[in-house]
Design a protein around this ligand. Structure first.
Ligand SMILES: Cc1cc2nc3c(=O)[nH]c(=O)nc-3n(C[C@H](O)[C@H](O)[C@H](O)COP(=O)(O)OP(=O)(O)OC[C@H]3O[C@@H](n4cnc5c(N)ncnc54)[C@H](O)[C@@H]3O)c2cc1C
Length: 486
């Protein structure tokens, strides 16, 4: 009786960031009858990590991120770079499908072509970059990547990196011209504005989910406008997902916790400087720095204005969202994850030390880091702004300990009626692949019906493009044309 008196929904998504926007769009494309509601606690969509200046906007594809190709015993392992590239291909296919279907969407509003370069300035790293390049250039996915250790060539492409540099030997750069800069905030809003045209969709702004109660065949969700019943729930609440998951006491989440790390950028809006740096240049993380602190100097296209960002610099905060509470972290320590959190804190004293050093950096010290990339950088051209909030995953590991993860992970309940996305990197870039995984697992019984449509949206679905260069070329040509990336 009670069930009939409440409003029934098929799918509820908590949070209106890029993940929920992607999952809601995909589910609507696959089954337009599904009643889908998104709940967002803020007055607008895409305002947390997905917002343009809260992240670096790199379309992560392994072209320039040196932490995706670690060196072990002298050998470079490129498997992570290849798999992230394959996943990013799915995002590009999905975005081009949306653009093709909705002629009013201008791809330039959310994606642009941007060189992805890796730059190093010491002998050891030059050797590493050369080895990485020799391995990666053979892969069809990375076709076109170039290497140079000639400073004149580097200067021609990225003058800021070379002018004023004292030591011009032992420097090297790889460059991939077909990289991308993505405005995930705009993309979130574009996807949700398309959904809003559908009767089967509803967006609830300023409406945080207050309580979720598990029942036999679904969940009751409570917000300020009442209680509704849903068959499936996605926690796309960014850093808050771990908190909501804990409140549900799902056994699959026991032992999990969150380790918040805030970010800061140096930003430069001086047009004369910005126009001299057309791309995204990554380097190696400093010794002791966590992988998400890999420094980079990026061009960002925000509306009609181009800016340069450098960072991220890390900081420690107790908040799980930029608009979160200082009690988020302390309140997330429970009996079910206490030993994991404690063991992560003990095992990662280097990280704690690194974070402490980052917090106390002065503007000049930050400029010192920037000058390793851009030797002539002037302090008054740059100012410090806040980036988004990352909540790294603490998860159970062998014995009684926990480990800190820097990736993205999806947690499911036993019946696959709930999925929660945790972690940050490579995050938004692989949103299509992550959300497709949720559909495969939680809507498995529907996959035979969805199959044809999935293949229309994702021509490379279940195909390793790196092993099919001809298909890769055709698919790339198509989406580059649609997304105006040629
Ligand atoms: C410094 C930094 C740099 C990054 N750089 C990159 C990059 O270069 N490339 C890349 O691909 N990724 C990058 N990322 C990661 C990327 O930003 C994230 O993976 C992505 O934005 C996460 O999207 P989301 O939808 O999960 O979360 P979010 O965008 O954070 O959205 C979560 C939403 O949930 C809402 N919410 C929370 N609690 C509730 C509740 N109880 N009820 C209702 N709503 C709620 C929040 O208000 C928010 O709007 C970066 C992240 C950071 C922090």
């Amino acid at each position: 009786m009670q069930k009939k008196s409440v409003n029934q929904i098929d799918v509820v998504l908590v949070g209106a960031g890029i993940m929920s926007a992607t999952l809601a769009t995909l589910l609507h494309e696959l089954n337009p009858q599904l009643k889908i509601h998104i709940y967002e606690k803020l007055p607008a969509c895409g305002q947390e990590s997905s917002e343009v200046l809260n992240n670096a906007g790199t379309g992560h594809a392994g072209n320039c991120e040196l932490n995706y190709t670690p060196e072990k015993n002298g050998l470079i392992d490129i498997s992570k770079a290849v798999s992230i590239n394959e996943m990013f291909e799915l995002s590009l296919q999905f975005w081009s499908y949306i653009v093709k279907k909705n002629k009013t969407i201008k791809p330039q509003a959310f994606i642009s072509k941007s060189s992805h370069a890796s730059f190093v300035w010491d002998k050891k790293n030059v050797e590493f970059l050369k080895k990485r390049f020799n391995k990666i250039k053979e892969q069809p996915l990375f076709k076109g990547i170039t290497f140079t250790d000639n400073y004149e060539e580097i200067k021609k492409k990225f003058p800021l990196l070379i002018r004023g540099r004292k030591k011009l030997d032992d420097i090297a750069l790889t460059n991939y011209e077909n990289g991308t800069d993505v405005n995930f905030g705009n993309l979130t809003n574009i996807l949700i504005s398309q959904l809003k045209k559908q009767n089967s969709f509803k967006l609830h702004l300023n409406e945080p989910i207050q309580k979720i109660t598990k029942i036999k065949d679904g969940y009751f969700i409570k917000s300020k406008t009442g209680t509704r019943l849903t068959k499936f729930i996605f926690l796309g609440a960014g850093g808050n997902s771990i908190k909501i998951l804990q409140s549900l006491k799902i056994k699959e989440s026991f032992g999990y916790g969150g380790f918040p790390i805030s970010g800061k950028w140096l930003i430069c809006n001086n047009k004369n400087i910005v126009k001299q740096h057309q791309g995204k240049v990554y380097s190696q993380a400093e010794t002791g720095a966590p992988p998400m602190s890999v420094p980079h100097l990026d061009i960002r296209k925000i509306g009609n204005q181009d800016s340069l960002l450098f960072g991220p610099f890390a900081g420690f905060t107790f908040k799980f969202l930029k608009n979160g509470s200082f009690f988020d972290f302390p309140k997330s320590i429970k009996l079910t994850n206490f030993k994991e959190i404690l063991s992560v804190c003990i095992k990662n004293l280097n990280l704690v030390n690194y974070l402490f050093k980052q917090i106390i950096l002065t503007h000049e010290k930050r400029m010192h880091h920037l000058r390793k990339f851009y030797p002539n950088a002037k302090s008054n051209d740059w100012k410090l702004i806040d980036a988004g909030q990352r909540v790294q995953i603490i998860k159970p590991s062998k014995g009684f300990s926990g480990k800190l993860e820097f990736g993205t992970e999806i947690i499911y309940d036993d019946k696959k009626t709930l999925a929660a996305l945790l972690g940050a990197s490579p995050g938004a870039s692989v949103s299509a692949a992550s959300m497709l995984e949720i559909i495969e697992k939680c809507f498995a019984h529907e996959i035979p019906n969805f199959n044809n449509k999935i293949r229309r949206i994702f021509p490379s679905y279940q195909i390793e493009l790196n092993k099919q260069p001809k298909k890769l070329e055709i698919i790339r040509k198509n989406y580059r044309r649609l997304l105006k990336l040629s």
